[in-house]
Design a protein around this ligand. Structure first.
Ligand SMILES: [Zn+2]
Ligand SMILES: [Zn+2]
Length: 356
């Protein structure tokens, strides 16, 4: 992407500061667009009428996606492969993940327009402060992280995820065992009695979030969850100006499969938890889903990049709540001490029982 290309686009639109004509970007502090040059603010309309779609793309939705494709572009990082969506008014030229320069991706379709967004709640400065505070709660971190954490770069990026709703109807059967212990003449024995279960249960599943980023896996994402979905607003390009949005990596259909398997696990554990049992001998369920709906959400994250003992690390943080995720280095000494303490407790308890 050449700089001149962008200048033409910016110069050719009315989306500029109304007082000085400067470039506008989203300011989490003001929850408004802020002018880079004069600091003037432009209000953004907050619409809470978030929608969920059935799995059919109707004309209206097609129109929305078309407009989104006209107002935004997908950029590809040649170094790490990230696909990033940028508003055509944006001036970012570097990959939010690895900082290499990005170019317009010719082979990637922009596809779906996000339905809803949780805008960044705080800016870079506050993010750095919250990150330091968040680290204080982490166990096993090398001491330097609590005093002066290494922080080479901190960046905000919106991560794409799909949210799924469904009703489920489940027919299940199985055999469970319950352990009984009895003490005869000072000797304790355990025996198990088995019983059959079967039945029909209905559940409603709401907002099962599946990340669809090529850089953040579900485990990392779970580490910075939850997001307060009450703060979702209808997507508006203004919110991503100055930030970037990672293009969804996995298609909707694949994410739906992940969501359905999360729902099936919930159904299984909900049904089993209604029984008192010690072991599952067998269990099977047939689940039928209906009223299936989805929504495309984008949620704010900050990534903190740093080097520690010659190794590169990235730690993510929730851009709404400030929760710091995993992926941090661990202090071998602290882990060893902790394990030794556990062993001491186990041995101590053993001796206690032995002599009592
Ligand atoms: Zn201005
Ligand atoms: Zn990159």
């Amino acid at each position: 992407m050449s700089d001149s290309q962008f200048e033409t686009v910016i110069g050719g639109t009315q989306d500029k500061c109304s007082s000085c004509g400067g470039h506008l970007y989203f300011s989490p502090e003001y929850q408004a667009l802020k002018c880079e040059s004069c600091g003037g603010l432009e209000k953004i309309e907050y619409n809470h009428d978030n929608k969920k779609h059935e799995f059919v793309i109707d004309e209206k939705l097609k129109q929305e996606h078309k407009q989104f494709a006209e107002e935004n572009k997908v950029f590809k990082c040649s170094s790490c492969g990230a696909n990033v969506v940028l508003n055509k008014l944006d001036v970012a030229t570097h990959c939010p993940y690895c900082d290499s320069s990005i170019t317009i991706a010719k082979d990637v379709e922009i596809g779906l327009r996000p339905d809803s967004i949780i805008p960044f709640k705080f800016g870079l400065e506050k993010a750095a402060q919250l990150y330091k505070e968040g680290l204080k709660k982490k166990r096993f971190l090398p001491n330097v992280f609590k005093k002066k954490p290494p922080m080479d770069e901190i960046k905000g990026i919106y991560v794409p995820c799909f949210s799924f709703d469904a009703n489920s109807h489940t027919v299940y059967r199985g055999r469970l065992g319950r352990n009984h212990t009895s003490t005869v003449n000072g000797r304790t024995t355990t025996h198990t009695t088995y019983f059959s279960i079967s039945g029909v249960r209905d559940f409603q599943h709401h907002d099962i979030l599946v990340e669809t980023s090529s850089h953040i896996d579900q485990k990392t994402f779970n580490g910075i969850k939850p997001y307060n979905l009450k703060e979702l607003v209808v997507y508006n390009d203004c919110f991503i100006r100055g930030y970037s949005l990672e293009h969804y990596d996995q298609a909707l259909e694949n994410c739906k499969k992940v969501a359905n398997s999360i729902m099936e696990q919930t159904i299984r554990s909900q049904i089993l938890s209604s029984y008192t049992y010690s072991v599952v001998e067998s269990y099977s369920q047939d689940v039928e889903f209906s009223q299936e709906k989805y929504s495309y959400y984008i949620v704010p994250t900050y990534s903190v990049k740093y080097k520690y003992k010659g190794k590169d690390y990235i730690t993510y943080m929730n851009g709404q709540t400030g929760k710091v995720g995993g992926g941090l280095p661990k202090s071998a000494i602290k882990i060893t001490l902790f394990v030794l303490m556990l062993i001491a407790i186990v041995v101590g308890l053993g001796l206690l029982f032995y002599y009592s």
